[in-house]
Design a protein around this ligand. Structure first.
Ligand SMILES: *[C@@H]1O[C@H](CO)[C@@H](O)[C@H](O)[C@H]1NC(C)=O
Ligand SMILES: *[C@@H]1O[C@H](CO)[C@@H](O)[C@H](O)[C@H]1NC(C)=O
Ligand SMILES: *[C@@H]1O[C@H](CO)[C@@H](O)[C@H](O)[C@H]1NC(C)=O
Length: 487
């Protein structure tokens, strides 16, 4: 109601029932214009994190994995980055003598092992991946000789090794009974430990710029990069390639998919820590592990289309905040609510993630045009010549389905230039609650990905919209997004 009252130019009668008054965004005529904050884009800003013990299963025993990753490579020309790690990296010991990828036993296949070993073949398998790889190793057990032995094999075998992590979410070491935290353990003690391990592991493998440092889940500044950097000296610094943080925002679907909530989470959690890293080191900041709800996801939240909208919005908001890459976590095969794919079914979040990949494909720069205060998100990307390439429009209003009236938002874009029309692909689902594994309709540009294989199905559908005087209007329903191709 407030919107309509404020926009005097619109006569209420002109606005179809259920559609909010239009919101207008000007597309910058070139990168840097319009007083927006711009961030450089990684060639592949969306990545996948595989839980350490489950990584060999994902690569050798889950058919969809290779196809789901190669679908993104087809869009961007670059294989998505992967990270191998998680809680079980700090439960794992290297065993040079085993010919297996991993050795462990669990009472129930839905469980993660409490302890495991892995052999050189684990790293050889990681070395077959054509995209960049981050390998997470153990610090919790406080057995640096074993970790150095593993790191040497990682360096030798993983040809696209981007970085090594030394410990996952170390703030939880006391709770997990990890030996390294048997005395006092706090951000300062952990930072000193990271500084020490970075030097000892980095020098043992004879490589600088090799460590992905940080890797906490608890919020900065307490558990953040800035306090770690303050502890580093020049020797330690040279081994750090970049800094990483984790995050699982949680909440119900309504809260999770809310754009203002996502924008506020990214701003309050990361903006200052990212800026500190940029200013003090000039290095990258990545989201090393994330997904909707911690602990494998929540059954009534993580597999939904609302979570797909969050996945897309979150990845883009992070990218627009100078976070270079975001790795969405994949846990125990067969017990993973937030996974993008599994053995038998696709997860709705893959649809949102793919829309984000399609927006950023081949682009060099991203900016958020909205201020994060409403349900409406607008992201624009620019090519190497600084020209606006694509725009993504998100209406994050929750829609529960069940025959209720579905709201819609009209986005008016100006500054589109002298083009007659633009094309767009729609990301849609029957409701925020829609799930692929329940047979609910979800699609991106009219297409789906086949359960079990991740092969695309259906004809690609582009909508066309007329542009007049450099301006066009797009309707985006509640819980929908539209990817507009400007050239
Ligand atoms: C990203 O970092 C660059 C410097 O590396 C800075 O110029 C730019 O303003 C930053 N963008 C945002 C959105 O913070
Ligand atoms: C592959 O997955 C199936 C189904 O869960 C399982 O029975 C089999 O042991 C797995 N094989 C390997 C090599 O992990
Ligand atoms: C940095 O600290 C380590 C001890 O943690 C020390 O061995 C090294 O010499 C120091 N480097 C510099 C440049 O002070």
């Amino acid at each position: 109601m407030g919107r309509i009252a404020k926009l005097g130019v619109f006569c209420a009668a002109m606005i179809p029932q259920g559609i909010n008054a239009a919101v207008t965004f000007a597309i910058p005529s070139k990168v840097g214009d319009g007083g927006h904050s711009y961030a450089p884009l990684d060639p592949a800003p969306l990545g996948i994190s595989f839980e350490f013990f489950a990584f060999p299963s994902y690569l050798t025993n889950v058919t969809a994995t290779n196809q789901c990753l190669s679908n993104w490579k087809d869009l961007t020309g670059v294989w998505p980055p992967i990270r191998i790690g998680g809680t079980t990296q700090d439960r794992a010991s290297f065993d040079a003598s085993t010919s297996a990828y991993v050795v462990y036993s669990v009472a129930n296949p839905a469980d993660a092992p409490m302890t495991l070993t892995f052999g050189p073949k684990f790293m050889s398998l990681a070395g077959t991946y054509p995209g960049s790889v981050v390998v997470g190793l153990n610090r919790g057990k406080n057995n640096i000789d074993n970790t150095i032995a593993a790191a040497k094999v990682a360096v030798a075998e993983v040809k696209n090794l981007l970085a090594i992590e030394l410990g996952n979410e170390p703030e939880y070491y006391p709770k997990d009974g990890q030996p390294i935290a048997s005395g006092t353990w706090n951000p300062s003690v952990d930072a000193s430990s990271q500084v020490d391990w970075n030097i000892r592991v980095g020098s043992a493998v004879g490589k600088t710029n090799i460590i992905q440092a940080g890797n906490w889940n608890q919020a900065p500044p307490q558990w953040g990069a800035a306090q770690l950097i303050a502890k580093e000296n020049a020797t330690s610094k040279q081994y750090v390639r970049h800094y990483a943080h984790h995050n699982y925002p949680g909440g119900d679907i309504q809260k999770l998919q809310s754009h203002s909530q996502t924008a506020s989470n990214v701003r309050s959690m990361f903006a200052a820590d990212v800026a500190a890293v940029k200013q003090q080191t000039g290095k990258e900041y990545v989201l090393g592990e994330t997904n909707s709800v911690s602990g494998g996801g929540a059954a009534n939240v993580s597999p939904t289309f609302g979570a797909a909208l969050w996945t897309m919005d979150y990845a883009l908001r992070l990218a627009a905040t100078n976070i270079s890459r975001t790795y969405f976590h994949h846990g125990t095969v067969g017990n993973c609510q937030y996974c993008f794919w599994g053995r038998y079914s696709m997860g709705a979040p893959y649809y949102g993630a793919t829309a984000a990949v399609a927006l950023t494909a081949g682009a060099r720069t991203i900016a958020a045009l909205d201020d994060g205060s409403t349900k409406d998100g607008v992201y624009v990307v620019f090519d190497g010549e600084g020209r606006a390439l694509r725009v993504l429009l998100l209406n994050s209003e929750y829609y529960a389905g069940g025959g209720a009236r579905r709201g819609a938002q009209v986005f008016t874009l100006t500054g589109l230039g002298a083009v007659g029309e633009v094309r767009a692909k729609r990301l849609t689902g029957v409701s925020s609650l829609a799930r692929v594994d329940r047979g609910d309709a979800i699609s991106f540009g009219g297409q789906k990905w086949t359960d079990g294989t991740c092969v695309v199905a259906g004809k690609e559908v582009f909508e066309t919209t007329r542009v007049e005087n450099g301006q066009a209007a797009f309707e985006v329903k509640a819980a929908e997004a539209l990817l507009v191709y400007l050239r």
